[in-house]
Design a protein around this ligand. Structure first.
Ligand code: FAD
Length: 383
């Protein structure tokens, strides 16, 4: 793998750095306290092309490769994980999945809006009763003439309150030899679909996370994406790439923790000198730095494999597992460098830690990533 960025990749990274400095950094504390980022950020993300990365220009995308996508995701994660999550879900889990699995009609219907930021997408897999065991979901879609009628509920849906379309997973057949789970593209203004914002989150407070309820939601059969019964494959392929995006966001958190810790340590004085001059503070900082580099290299490897058309699922789980745990460690170490000031939200470390914590939980917990890696290594499923 060539670790040197191309001119195009360096340019898109700089674009993302400038975007974060201009549009995100000045508002981070305010959005976190208000429990909502300003929704106008979605349109701005679309205008600068960040919601169309890797999607063909024919469908409104801005092209680019997966390493460019990781670079942008990292910078957004360095700025604000709530904003990063909007892109990771609306583009990463929804638009990219439509681009891969969708019919020509579905691509033309949804991709231009999603990539421009006119529309927001959300990914509806988790339910109140099924999280890690997602394949066991119980939302049902029953065929009725030319339609499907969907009943059930979805939990913890990122972008859920804002979304215009949900990539929804529902069981289409329970019979023996069943066809299992299918994927649907459901407009969120369809009668019978209601949503409730989930408040009181530890982190990602700016993000619109919702519970969705579906009561006799009627969609035409053409809303089904991919053949009937292929829904679980759709979900797993979306998450395999999604885990790379989460990992890249975690690299951003860890990098932000490093930058903040180094700056503070050189400015803050105790015992007559900058705390950077105390060996145990240097230990905290160097531990963060090693975590940043290791997480970034694992993440870039996934992007490189995808861009070269190689298998990447296990490597994506490794990157997500390591980077998410590393982001928690890095933010916690940075908080220690800040001492008591790390505990208040005028300084960045506390928010970085709160935002990092969920990364070890969603898109498959750390335990689930270990089971994916273990299964690939041994050939034995321990789920
Ligand atoms: P459970 O599955 O109940 O797990 C509880 C504990 O048991 C965990 O520690 C887990 O690792 C462990 N465990 C479970 N099974 C095993 C096993 N076989 N072996 C060992 N340990 C096991 N979902 C979506 O569909 N779309 C979204 O946009 C989305 N966004 C989210 C945003 C936030 C802020 C949060 C918190 C969650 C989001 N999720 C989303 C849901 C997320 O993916 C799930 O929370 C996650 O998969 C874990 O499921 P669970 O919470 O039901 O925990």
């Amino acid at each position: 793998m060539n670790l040197e960025l191309s001119e195009e990749q360096s340019a898109v990274r700089q674009l993302a750095k400038d975007f974060v400095a201009r549009e995100i950094a000045p508002h981070v504390i305010e959005w976190d306290r208000a429990e909502s980022v300003d929704r106008s950020i979605v349109k701005k993300l679309g205008e600068v092309g960040f919601l169309g990365l890797t999607v063909d220009e024919e469908y409104g995308g801005s092209g680019g490769d997966h390493l460019a996508y990781c670079l942008v995701t990292e910078e957004l994660g360095r700025g604000d994980s709530s904003v990063r999550g909007i892109v990771s879900v609306s583009l990463g889990l929804v638009a990219k999945t439509i681009a891969y699995w969708g019919s020509e009609e579905q691509k033309r219907q949804w991709l231009p809006g999603l990539t421009s930021g006119e529309l927001v997408g959300c990914f509806g897999l988790t339910e109140p009763g099924t999280g890690s065991d997602a394949g066991n979901l119980s939302t049902k879609a029953v065929r009725d003439g030319g339609d499907y009628v969907i009943n059930g509920s979805k939990m913890f849906i990122t972008n859920g309150t804002w979304a215009d379309v949900v990539l929804l997973f529902a069981r289409t057949n329970d019979a023996p030899g069943h066809k299992g789970v299918s994927a649907f593209l459901v407009p969120t203004d369809t009668p019978g679909l209601s949503r409730r914002t989930i408040h009181g989150k530890l982190g990602l407070r700016g993000q619109a996370t919702a519970e969705l309820a579906l009561e006799d939601v009627r969609v035409p059969a053409s809303a089904m994406m991919a053949p009937e019964g292929k829904g679980f494959s759709v979900a797993m392929s979306a998450l395999a790439k999604g885990r790379m995006s989460v990992a890249a966001g975690c690299v951003g958190i860890a990098q932000a923790a490093l930058d903040a810790a180094v700056t503070y340590a050189t400015e803050r004085e105790q015992f007559g000198k900058a705390i950077a001059g105390h060996q145990l503070v240097q230990e905290l900082i160097s531990d963060i730095a090693v975590d940043v580099d290791a997480a970034r290299l694992l993440t870039w490897r996934v992007a490189d494999l995808i861009d070269r058309g190689q298998p990447f699922t296990t490597e994506s789980s490794k990157a997500k597992l390591f980077a998410s745990e590393a982001a928690v460690r890095a933010a916690n170490n940075a908080l220690q460098v800040f001492g008591g000031y790390g505990y208040i939200d005028e300084y960045p470390a506390g928010k970085l830690l709160r935002d990092a914590r969920v990364m070890t939980l969603y898109e498959g917990t750390s335990q689930i990533q270990k089971l994916v890696i273990g299964r690939a290594l041994t050939g034995v499923s321990a789920f």
